[in-house]
Design a binder for this molecule. Structure first.
Ligand code: MRU
Length: 349
């Protein structure tokens, strides 16, 4: 296990350093980005992944991009920076945090009407650093609120990786688990491997092992059998985008887990900051679902497993309807049904 825990993304002087999650847990490699395009590429290739971490990466990419713009003319700077924002915003389509972070950093232009280029660059950097710092605080608050839904000595099932690696630090669903473990070391976690990118076996198991939290790795298709044997007390997962009515997009397979949890009366919770909630879309039907390279399914560690002639589908996310969700754990507290009302309320606070 690593001597020192490395956050998924941080500043290394004027460069953005990204811990390459494609080679974890067996190798710790840092991608040192001095250009916005390098960060965008790290997002697309999932060297950095997880909706909040992608949002933070987008913000830091824009600070890098703003710093590298050579013009001293504010008008030109504003036009060029807006173009960079459009480029970063589309790096991955499903996670709301990227869109949210880009719009937040872009709003620096409107908030500083008469500013010169150096001031705009400094304000953009400040806005990006605030997004990173606030994400850590939000996750700690999610952990604090979420621990109350974890029964004493619970067996908790989680899916994909919604941990420190998927955020600026601490994690959302894994933040709830870390906070619960801090008060009750008798809890135990089931981590689903999460085909095809294996975020559960490579990243969640790694994080929990590093933290000394008891974890058992399971195949995605063994969830039903475990629940049938009453071996799961509660499910906590992360989210990529939550619609105004509470419908939630998360890693492909999450809906399957939610249906099984409903069938076996296991409470199913979503943990996510408000930056993951998209109040501009009414329900889950409107959430864009990323379709990734089919080779992530037909190949394993780069080697073909399926016959060459066979096609594969590779949607990266699915949508769990609000009816299957027992609560949405945010930094402002746990939202309850009807989610339309509780989401409107939490955006007012
Ligand atoms: O494709 P990924 O690895 O970016 O998908 C990540 C997830 O689905 C996470 O559960 C979600 O982003 C929440 S991360 C706190």
């Amino acid at each position: 296990m690593p001597e020192k825990w490395l956050p998924p993304i941080y500043w290394d002087g004027e460069a953005v350093a990204i811990l390459d999650q494609r080679v974890l847990p067996h190798r710790e490699a840092i991608i040192r980005c001095t250009q916005l395009n390098q960060v965008v590429s790290a997002i697309k290739t999932m060297a950095i992944r997880g909706a909040p971490a992608v949002g933070v990466a987008g913000a830091l990419a824009l600070a890098l991009g703003a710093h590298n713009l050579k013009t001293s003319d504010p008008k030109t700077f504003r036009r060029q920076f807006s173009a960079l924002c459009e480029k970063v915003k589309v790096a991955r389509p499903t996670g709301n945090n990227l869109r949210w972070a880009v719009e937040k950093v872009h709003s620096v232009l409107a908030e500083n009407p008469g500013a010169g280029v150096p001031k705009l660059q400094a304000q953009i950097r400040k806005a990006a650093d605030r997004i990173l710092a606030e994400d850590v605080l939000d996750n700690q608050a999610i952990g604090f609120h979420g621990q109350q839904v974890i029964p004493q000595g619970a067996h908790i099932l989680t899916y994909c990786n919604a941990g420190a690696l998927a955020t600026a630090d601490y994690g959302t669903a894994l933040g709830v688990i870390r906070s619960a473990y801090a008060v009750d070391p008798s809890i135990h976690v089931y981590s689903c491997e999460t085909r095809p990118f294996l975020q559960g076996s490579r990243l969640t198991a790694y994080e929990l092992a590093c933290a000394g939290i008891p974890v058992t790795l399971i195949t995605d298709n063994s969830v039903g059998s475990l629940m049938q044997q009453n071996k799961v007390d509660v499910v906590v997962v992360g989210a990529d985008r939550i619609a105004a009515n509470g419908d939630t997009a998360n890693k492909i397979g999450t809906y399957m887990v939610a249906v099984l949890a409903h069938r076996h009366k296991v409470p199913f919770y979503v943990a996510a900051p408000r930056s993951t909630i998209d109040p501009t879309i009414a329900d889950g039907q409107e959430i864009p679902i990323e379709q990734r390279d089919p080779r992530e399914v037909t190949h394993f560690l780069g080697r073909p497993v399926a016959p060459k002639s066979v096609e594969a589908l590779n949607p990266a996310f699915d949508v769990t309807p609000n009816s299957l969700i027992a609560g949405i754990i945010t930094e402002k507290g746990i939202l309850k049904k009807p989610y339309g009302k509780s989401i409107r309320k939490v955006f007012k606070t």
